[in-house]
Structure formats: C-alpha cells, structure tokens
Write a protein that binds this ligand. Structure first.
Ligand code: HEM
Length: 487
C-alpha cells in the first residue's frame, strides 16, 4: 500500500514540475482564461444565431448567461463583447491604444483609406482636431439660419408630396445640412452632382462587395471616384477665391499645415475625410430623426409637451416672422429630453468595432491579440439597472443625468463623435418647424398622437422603423394653428 501511495506521490510531483517547466517555456499556459461564452459551430460560429434572432435578444440572452464580458464567433471573426460601463471605458478610453478601429476592406475602399475613422495616433489626432474645430459650438452657432432654411424648405416639399418615406426625406435633409457644414455655400451644380453620386455610393455601401460590371458594389466604387473628382473641382475653385479663411471643414483642411515643414494635406486626405464626414453625418442623424417622429407620433402626451414648448418660441418670434435664434435652440429643454430618450431607445449605433493589437487582460479575462472587440452601447442603454423600464419611452428620465458611462449615443474616447452638437442642432430646428407649422400621419397608423401599430424594425444598416416610416405631412393653416394654441 505504501508503495502505491509513494508512486502516486511521485507521479503528482513529476506532473507539477512538468507544468512549471511548460509554463515557463510557453507563457500561454500562464495566461488568464478567455471570457465565458460559446464559439458556436466550426467556421459559422454563432453567425446564424445572430441573424436568425432579433439582435437585442441575441445579446441579452448571452449577457444574462455570461455577464458583462463574453466571447462569440461571428462572420468568421472571434469576438469579445462588452456590456458594462467599466468594460466599455476600459476599451474606448483607458486603454484605447490597445484597441484599433477595424472595418472591412470593402468599406474602407468606398470611404477612402485616409479617412480618420481608420486611424489611430498622430494622424488621427490632427484630422480629428480639424473636424472638431469645424463643428465646434463657436462655428455651428452661426449655422442656425442655414439649417433653418434647409429645414423649412424640406418640410414644405414633403407637405406637397403625398405619402413619403420619412427616412428617405430625412436623408435628403441631413445630406444638405452636412454639405453646408463641410463646404459652406455651394453652387447648385456641384451640390446636385455630389448628391447624385453620394446616393449611388450609399446604396452599395452595405451590399455584398462583388466587384463586377453592373454590380451595386462596382457602381458604388465608380460613384466614389466621381465624388473625388467633384471634390477636387470644388477645392480648385476655393483655391482661386481671394478668401480661404472660411470656417467650414474644407476651409480648415485647406489652411492646415502639419509637420516640421508645414506640409498641407494631400488631395486624397482631403477627399477621403470629406466623404467620411458626409457618411458619418448623414445616415445616423436621418435614422434618429425618423425614430423621433415615430416616438412623437406614438406618444401624444409627449408630442403635446414638445408642441407647447415650441409654440411658446414660435409666438415669441411673432408667429415665425422673426428667425429662430441660437439662444432659443439652447433652451429647448423638453425637446432636448425627447432627443436624448430617442437616442437611448433607438440606440441606432448599437455597438462599435475595435481589434485588440496585443493580448490584453481585463478583470482576469484574456482578450487575445487580433480578436474583434465590440462595446455594446445598446445593451447599456437597455439595462434596467441604469434605465428602469427600458422599453418605456419616457423622456422625463433625463431630468436627472444618467450615471457616468451608461449613456453613450455618441461613443466615448478618442473616436467619439465630433458632430454631436450639429446633429442636435439640426434635430431641434427640424422639430421646431415640424410641430409648430405642420402635422403628419403615419401610413397604416393614426394621425400624429394616435398609436402606431407598426412595430417592425429594418436595418439599413442602422435600425429604422419599418419601410422608413411612410407618412403624409401637411401644413396647418394659420387660423387653425392659432385656435389649436388657444385650446
Ligand atoms: C444622431 C446622430 C449621430 C450619432 C448617433 C453619431 C454617433 C457616433 C458614434 C457612436 C461615433 C463613434 C464610433 C466609434 O467609436 O467607433 C461617431 C463617430 C463619428 N461621427 Fe458621429 N454620430 C452622429 C452624427 C454625426 C454628425 C452630424 C457628424 C458630422 C457632421 C458626425 C461625424 C462623426 C465622425 C467624423 C466620427 C468619427 C470620429 C473618429 O473616428 O474620431 N456624426 N458618431
């Protein structure tokens, strides 16, 4: 018996020594564990599960099972998902240099490889500073008259057009605002060419990247080339003007001098970043505005409180005879809360992508080099611990500030959105004119204020209400407007 015990003991000691040697020789043995979660089927991973379920339930079930950090395998990539304020802060702020932005090459080609999204470090900081300057409060406060006139003419055109796709119309509106912020005043011919080619590029951006004659992707690539040429033409024209000191993005880019020799930006750096900003500005704001109209339509009490706030401003401006001012847009407290709550509910950017550039340890878990890392913004915004009854549309919850790092509609850290203030400004101005001078009815639903039956969501690629929210808009005549205000 004692012989048997002794041999067991010897075996155990031998195994322990072997393990120690292996650990020293191959550090992988001493690494922390991967996060919990399932990598699904070989090759397919959990791609089918993601696409066959509602994305919310895919993430929610895994979060409930595994907690704030879990692994999965989607579209051929091993991924780590992060669903807590700490984890998201860790990746996007505290250790952002260890996580680089990552996009499919087909998309990078369409936007342009010099666009700031794809970069980190010095080049990214330089471009980001220019973009931030062109979108600072000091600059956009002077944009109120431009945005105001774009909003009014958009609403006038919808109101004479029968049933329209709200999303489609919002895309036109946000495109015009973005062009105005990038180029200042632009001639009709250039604007028309930009718009035509931009929308071809936009159509192919999310399709399968098959690059053969006649394919959507090829058409997008060609539209991308045309856009570059149009931008070069505008740049040439701007250079011939006597004043280059314009405070639009193009002005900031043309005046930039970097490095020791004071180098200007190259043509490609200018056009890639202009197309990039146009892209970032347009679909996001249009999707959110479409949701805002749906939420206002479905929540008559909220609509009435927004209308009351805006009607007071309208009256103060002598029934719209005086222009809306920057100061007034800064005091639209109720409307601003509706925008915040819509950003939370719709969470149009549900998550973002990064890639670990080295093995990283987070709370005892390994995030391996090369793995995709996805901070799940939507999961934060729909977590009942931070937002009680998260499926309830309740703007009043924003009377108190959300807990730190729980509300991140514009991202966080080095790559956070530089266009947040412009986005808010254009939404506030559009809502002001919409609720004071117009009414709308969702096709298939009731008039604004009655419940809308349609609950489906489409992804283009951001979530939008089904069919882009087909709706009819009409102008309220002055008499009924005054009467409505009195009651
Ligand atoms: C409601 C509207 C908008 C939402 C919800 C939104 C959201 C975001 C988010 C979440 C990011 C960070 C992405 C990441 O970390 O990977 C981002 C980045 C960006 N956004 Fe926005 N955005 C909006 C409107 C705009 C507008 C109007 C502009 C420009 C006029 C703009 C320009 C940009 C740019 C250039 C970036 C990239 C910044 C960088 O990589 O450093 N966005 N946006």
């Amino acid at each position: 018996m004692s012989m048997v015990l002794a041999s067991y003991l010897l075996c155990a000691i031998f195994l322990l020594v072997l393990l120690r040697i292996l650990r020293r020789k191959f550090p992988v043995y001493s690494k922390p564990n991967l996060p919990p979660g399932s990598m699904g089927w070989p090759f397919l991973g959990e791609t089918l599960q993601l696409y066959s379920h509602h994305p919310d339930s895919f993430f929610a079930t895994r979060q409930a099972r595994y907690g704030e950090i879990f692994k999965t395998h989607i579209l051929g990539c091993p991924c780590v998902m992060l669903a807590s304020p700490d984890a998201i802060r860790f990746v996007l702020v505290a250790h952002s240099s260890l996580f680089k932005p990552t996009y499919p090459p087909s998309k990078e080609r369409l936007i342009g490889p010099s666009a700031l999204f794809f970069h980190q470090g010095a080049y990214h900081s330089q471009i980001k500073k220019l973009v931030q300057e062109s979108l600072s409060l000091d600059v956009i406060r002077h944009m109120v008259p431009q945005v105001d006139s774009i909003a009014v003419s958009a609403l006038e055109s919808w109101s004479s057009a029968g049933i329209v796709s709200t999303f489609h119309q919002m895309k036109e509106f946000t495109f015009d605002v973005a062009v105005s912020s990038i180029f200042g005043h632009l001639g009709a011919c250039h604007k028309e060419k930009l718009k035509r080619n931009y929308f071809v590029l936009d159509r192919g951006y999310n399709c399968f990247p098959l690059n053969f004659p006649g394919s959507l992707y090829r058409k997008s690539v060609m539209a991308r080339e045309a856009l570059s040429n149009i931008i070069q033409d505008i740049v040439q024209q701007r250079k011939e003007e006597t004043t280059m000191q314009k405070r639009d993005l193009l002005g900031y880019m043309l005046n930039f001098r970097g490095g020791e020799k004071g180098e200007p930006l190259t043509e490609n750096q200018i056009s890639d970043n202009i197309i990039g900003v146009l892209f970032a500005a347009q679909d996001t704001t249009a999707s959110l505005l479409t949701w805002i109209l749906k939420y206002l339509h479905d929540n008559s009490d909220v609509l009435e409180s927004v209308r009351a706030e805006q009607a007071a401003i309208y009256r103060a401006n002598e029934e719209g005879k005086q222009p809306l001012t920057w100061a007034q847009t800064r005091k639209m407290v109720v409307t601003n809360r509706v925008i915040m709550e819509s950003m939370r509910m719709a969470s149009i950017i549900s998550f973002t992508f990064r890639e670990a550039v080295a093995d990283v340890e987070y709370k005892g878990f390994l995030i391996p080099k090369g793995w995709k890392v996805l901070p799940l913004f939507r999961s934060l915004h729909h977590n009942p611990d931070f937002f009680p009854e998260p499926r309830q549309f309740d703007p009043s919850r924003f009377q108190a500030s959300p807990r730190p790092n729980t509300f991140v509609p514009f991202g966080k850290g080095a790559h956070s959105c530089p266009g947040n203030e412009l986005a808010k400004l254009e939404m506030l101005i559009l809502i002001h004119h919409l609720v004071t001078k117009f009414r709308w009815k969702v096709a298939g639903g009731g008039a604004a204020g009655e419940s809308c039956k349609n609950k489906e969501v489409e992804y283009r690629p951001f979530p939008i209400p089904h069919g882009g929210l087909p709706a009819k808009f009409w102008k309220v005549d002055r008499d009924s407007h005054a009467q409505a205000d009195r009651t």
